[in-house]
Design a binder for this molecule. Structure first.
Ligand code: 4AD
Ligand code: MG
Length: 457
């Protein structure tokens, strides 16, 4: 039986068996207290050890981190803050741990815990983070499945650089030493796939194909970018959720994004109370209140052009200059959500030169039908667009951006036969978790973070 179930008991039990890992141990005169955690919930269960135990001497000296199987009686606990405790009859030490165990009972810094990413799931903070991550992954599927979206698994190895930003990790079976891996010299025909391939930066292009067959689809999988991820919001490997909807324009897309985020926030408030309570107290004060207000808030929308005007009008000094045609930096995004709107805001219709080739050209010929959702503290959490469904316009755009049509003919095919207006977006799963937990660094919401120089574990 799990610690969670035991702590929710309605009555005492003569005999229970519980398994878990020691969080702390306290010895008194003729009695010892162990708190045991099995990850099923935030709280640990108190185990009372008395000298009558056959192996009392050994068991009462067990180390933090040890793995135990305890059989005993579940009784009402006299201690404050816990309803139940277990009076042990037998204790089996399944796996001992000595005083070198790196997770002793004290407050460790997040940096230190990152350096022991193989053990940090056993800490309070990361127990809470990864339980929430699991719950929210379920909520993602529930949201789309309730709406009859088809879940499509897009490939991880691909020849296409969807975002066209040249940030793909290369996948190759060629001998990396000879010849030198300089694109100009490598004969990719010799490689496993007979062409140059990499790890996907987005499942969108394949998602679009499925949307023109199933109408409404979503992907949910790992995504890879060899970009500068020495920031607190970028990881080289992250998870993205990408819905794609047929017969939809930019407004429909924003509406879906708003409904989706609201659903996830509400889900967390209703299903992760114990863990959220911890984050609210120890990580970000007022977090729950903020989430509650977001669940009700009206999402604002402004155009990129208006956003630039807002930023310039404020006469703020930013590290990066604000000028029409330049991408918004995270300091600008945060200023807009935290200072100007004090809540979530969609920024739409960006200049075409700073967005990807597939976005639909607006009538002004200068901007494209893009949308980014910005939220306080985290900045961009969603990026999406209405797609260019007109064959000729798309072809011209690809040509202008130097994208070889031959490589992308399959993508143009949907515009050749039975094209339709469609739109979609990507939500970064880790950005969502940062938002929901209050954690400041993306490395602390993904089990084994991948950033420059870090691929251990
Ligand atoms: O804005 P992005 O690059 O958009 C796309 O990839 C589109 N193909 C999505 C689509 O329309 N289907 O990325 C989408 C989101 C961002 O808003 C951000 O939340 C997250 O993915 N993201 C990252 N998260 C962590 N680390 C990184 N390096 C990220 N890059 C993007
Ligand atoms: Mg983006």
């Amino acid at each position: 039986i799990s610690v969670k179930e035991l702590l929710q008991s309605q009555q005492p039990e003569a005999s229970v068996c519980v398994r878990g890992w020691v969080r702390s141990i306290r010895r008194g005169k003729g009695v010892a207290f162990v708190t045991l955690n099995d990850g099923s919930c935030f709280a640990s269960l108190q185990i009372v050890l008395v000298p009558e135990l056959e192996n009392y001497e050994v068991a009462s000296k067990v180390g933090t981190g040890a793995c135990l199987v305890v059989v005993g009686e579940l009784v009402a606990s006299p201690a404050a803050g816990q309803a139940w405790e277990v009076q042990a009859r037998t204790i089996e030490i399944v796996g001992a741990a000595d005083e070198n165990y790196p997770l002793q009972k004290k407050r460790h810094s997040l940096e230190y815990l990152r350096s022991i990413a193989h053990l940090r799931p056993r800490s309070n903070t990361f127990g809470a983070v990864f339980r929430m991550r699991s719950k929210l992954a379920f909520a993602v599927h529930q949201f789309f499945q309730q709406r009859d979206f088809v879940y499509v698994q897009t490939p991880i190895i691909t020849a296409n650089d969807c975002e066209g930003a040249g940030e793909m990790f290369r996948v190759s079976t060629l001998d990396p030493i000879h010849p030198p891996l300089d694109d100009g010299q490598v004969d990719w025909k010799q490689d496993f796939f007979g062409e140059r391939t990499g790890l996907t930066v987005s499942g969108q292009l394949q998602g679009e194909l499925f949307a023109t067959a199933f109408s409404d689809i979503y992907t949910f999988g790992p995504t890879f970018r060899a970009e500068n991820s020495n920031t607190s919001r970028h990881a080289a490997e992250f998870w993205m959720i990408e819905p794609e909807i047929a017969f939809a324009d930019l407004d429909d897309n924003c509406q879906l994004g708003e409904d989706f985020l609201r659903y996830l926030v509400t889900y967390a408030l209703e299903n992760c109370q114990e863990d959220l309570h911890f984050f609210n107290q120890r990580v970000e004060k007022g977090l729950i209140e903020k989430l509650e207000s977001l669940a009700k808030a009206e999402f604002r929308t402004i155009s990129y052009t208006e956003a630039v005007e807002q930023l310039q009008k404020k006469g703020q000094s930013f590290e990066f200059p604000v000028a029409w045609g330049h991408d918004l930096q995270s300091e600008h995004e945060r200023y807009l959500t935290e200072k100007v709107f004090n809540g979530p805001v969609f920024v739409t219709n960006y200049p075409k030169q700073i967005k990807a080739f597939y976005m639909r050209m607006n009538d002004d010929q200068k901007t494209v039908a893009a949308m980014d959702l910005l939220v306080p503290r985290v900045g961009e959490i969603i990026g999406g667009s209405q797609r260019e469904e007109r064959f000729d316009v798309l072809q011209a755009r690809m040509e202008a951006q130097g994208i070889a049509q031959g490589d992308m003919d399959w993508y143009l095919d949907i515009r050749r036969w039975g094209t339709c207006p469609h739109a979609g977006f990507g939500l970064g799963f880790e950005r969502l978790l940062m938002y929901l937990t209050g954690m400041e660094n993306i490395r602390d919401v993904i089990p084994f973070p991948r950033t420059p120089g870090h691929a251990q574990f």
